[in-house]
Design a protein around this ligand. Structure first.
Ligand code: NAD
Length: 281
């Protein structure tokens, strides 16, 4: 029976620590979140981010733009936030409405305020293993969970299913920088089950329910479930067939309560760190 990797309680510890350290600062860190349109999942995520930021003692400002917002409006808001001394972190909530391309905006955020770590400068620094100002929150949270449970990364086979710019690709760099042998699988991969079965650390980030079944998991592997899927009854679940995989894995993250809360904790940690950086602390 696998040990459950409790992202919820680890995230609370991290958030408490940030709150304590923030209370000692002269000035509050400032996090701004830009939400465009009415995507219901995005609205829930943004509310939660605001709540956690306030709880940590930050200033938290949510800018809501209508679904019809123009490219110019968004660029002008980003420019204002780049120049606002009280703002340390700027987060553009994705996905954007169809008429807006995220890559027209992500590279306009000041890299030193790029709290999500999606700016090409930060992506490049991550690729080069040269101290990005911020590292994408979900991959960073996964590494923190692996470290917390003392799961060895160096020399291990890590398989990531999913190659998105926000999860799979940056996570592959973090694992490589920690000396894992990394394989990225995706929707066009052949023999996925053979590849997955070779993983000491198996991470699934596809959004497909039951992507990871017991028969494709190596005995004793650490299985990290990034997927967030709402089933027909409105209940959250992940990519992994948790009930069966837990019998064979060595470690496993639940959904909810695994990677999700770690992502938010890392967002607060990134905001705090950017505040220190920008204030020379
Ligand atoms: P995405 O849609 O951008 O990418 C999905 C990836 O999965 C693609 O690379 C695709 O090639 C791969 N894929 C899809 N079907 C596959 C299949 N049958 N076999 C192999 N690979 C397949 O997704 P994303 O933005 O990276 O998000 C993935 C999931 O993770 C979603 O459920 C999302 O909600 C969730 N997510 C969770 C968190 C969190 O904090 N827990 C953060 C980000 C994303």
């Amino acid at each position: 029976m696998a040990e459950i990797m409790d992202g919820k309680s680890l995230s609370l510890k991290i958030l408490d620590d940030i709150k304590e350290k923030t209370a000692l600062l002269k000035k509050r860190p400032g996090l701004s979140v830009i939400l465009i349109g009415n995507n219901p999942a995005s609205s829930i995520y943004v509310k939660n981010k605001e709540k956690q930021a306030l709880n940590a003692g930050f200033n938290s400002i949510v800018y809501k733009l209508p679904e019809t917002a123009s490219k110019g409006e968004l660029l002008s808001l980003i420019n204002n936030l780049n120049n606002d001394e009280d703002i340390d972190g700027i987060l553009l909530q994705l996905p954007l409405p169809k008429h807006l391309n995220p890559y027209d905006f992500l590279d306009k955020i000041d890299p030193k305020k790029d709290v999500d770590g999606f700016h090409p400068v930060n992506a490049g620094k991550l690729l080069l293993n040269e101290n990005p100002y911020a590292v994408p929150c979900t991959p960073k949270g996964i590494i923190r969970l692996l470290d917390e449970y003392k799961i060895q990364i160096e020399g291990k086979n890590a398989v990531i299913i999913g190659r998105s710019n926000i999860v799979g690709k940056p996570l592959s760099m973090l694992l490589l920088n920690k000396n894992a042998t990394v394989t990225i699988a995706h929707s066009k991969t052949k023999n996925l089950s053979e590849i997955a079965k070779n993983a000491d650390i198996l991470i699934s980030a596809t959004g497909c329910a039951d992507m990871v079944t017991k028969d494709i998991v190596k005995e004793g592997a650490a299985v990290i479930d990034v997927g967030i899927i709402r089933d027909e009854n409105g209940k959250l679940r992940g990519d992994v067939d948790f009930n069966n995989v837990k019998d064979i894995a060595g470690f496993i993250t639940p959904v909810p309560g695994g990677v999700g809360p770690m992502t938010i904790a890392m967002l607060m940690e990134n905001t705090y760190k950017l505040h220190l950086l920008r204030n020379g602390l």
